[in-house]
Design a protein around this ligand. Sequence first.
Ligand code: GLN
Length: 457
Amino acid sequence: MRRIDDYRDMTAVDAVREAIEAAKANESFHAILSLTEERALARAADVDAGTVSGRLAGVPFIAKDNFLTFGSATTAASRMLENFEAPLQATAIERLEAEGAICIGKANLDAFAHGGSTENSAFGPTKNAVDTSKVAGGSSGGSAVAVALGIVPFALGTDTGGSIRQPASFNGVVGVKPTYGTVSRFGVVAMASSTDTIGVLAVSAKDAEVVMDIMSGQDDRDMTTLPDFFAPQGIERPLKIGVIGEAMTDDVATVVRDKVVASLERMKGAGHSVDQVSLPILKYALAIYYIVVPAEISSNLARYDGIRYGLRAANDTLSHLYGASRDAGFMPENKRRILIGSYVLSSGYFDAYYLKAQKARTLLIEEFNRLFDDYDILVAPVAPTPAFALGENADDPVKMYLADIMTVPASLAGLPAVSVPAKTEPGELPVGVQLIGRRQSDALLLALARQLEEEEA
Ligand code: GLN
């Protein structure tokens, strides 16, 4: 499995050819929706000719198919955008390309990033990289599997409520969900604007750090971006680490708890202190998330009306055109969220649901703030179980939502969180350990992830 540094001794054309061959050889996983072969090879030739250079010169990567990119359609894994050719590229893509990185293709996802298994893709599910009877996780399932299979050293994802961390955990790669506002969302298909973040899945924490360093920083096309604060760092002092008690109960699979405990032992071994801490509001986090996020989804997805762009399924009366296009273009999970969102925002229910959820969200932020008065980093599992079976939760949306319990709190609070693969024995499914930090402590989380990684090596 190549890391970023391993590309130094290769020509860019060889690197791109190798990645594209690996993508084709692994088609059965259905991690990738389209390859941007022609454009990638042309860019590789520019790198080899010396007209393009930079920190990632000639390094191939894959972007989740909700990033606007040139070279193939940007579908968000939906019929709605099946034939959508992007008129511009996402800021994150532009920044990576400016450093010489080469996008070789687009990864599968749950349509519009709604889901946690990649089974909601309009083009069929992605299979787990380690056990093909299991889900890839989601919604950045294709990105996680492409990295875990060694097709590319890193892939881009989006994380609104866990979509980078959870598939990273299910496939044994590193997943970084940054502080809200770290990386520009410009040119990325919107899901829920107050929790959407852009991040990376990578073979190693060190590589993830390089990619975050390049992507982060203010962008005048996304007014929520923060001035660049991300600076790779080391660990200069012992850290105070708190493990969230409510996330380590009997409801969490024993194997997951055991891995988290083993990883905490290693943190202690490295000189850090570990205490159990309490986040009582955790039990309400899903209820808050599944009100706030559908509300924002119902608003963001209103733009897909069959008029301006995207699928048009009828050409008669205006209302039938809207209805038929949205019916044919959205997956059942997209429609469910639009309905829930419209309901909680409707005049009769706004106070009872949406406003109440926003107040509870504030309480959650305050609970986190209190813990961060005393602790540098909080630890929890990424998900209550390792990857579940394909089809296991597909017919029961509430069961599917329950799998998000550990990841949504950091999203609602805008906090950075990293999924680090725990040590596994041969034959075991991957399990991720989640590190959650204060706002803008992203580099510290990655420094700890690197420390754990180095110990393992
Ligand atoms: N699984 C969560 C959901 O379905 C997270 C999705 C995401 O982060 N894009 O909402």
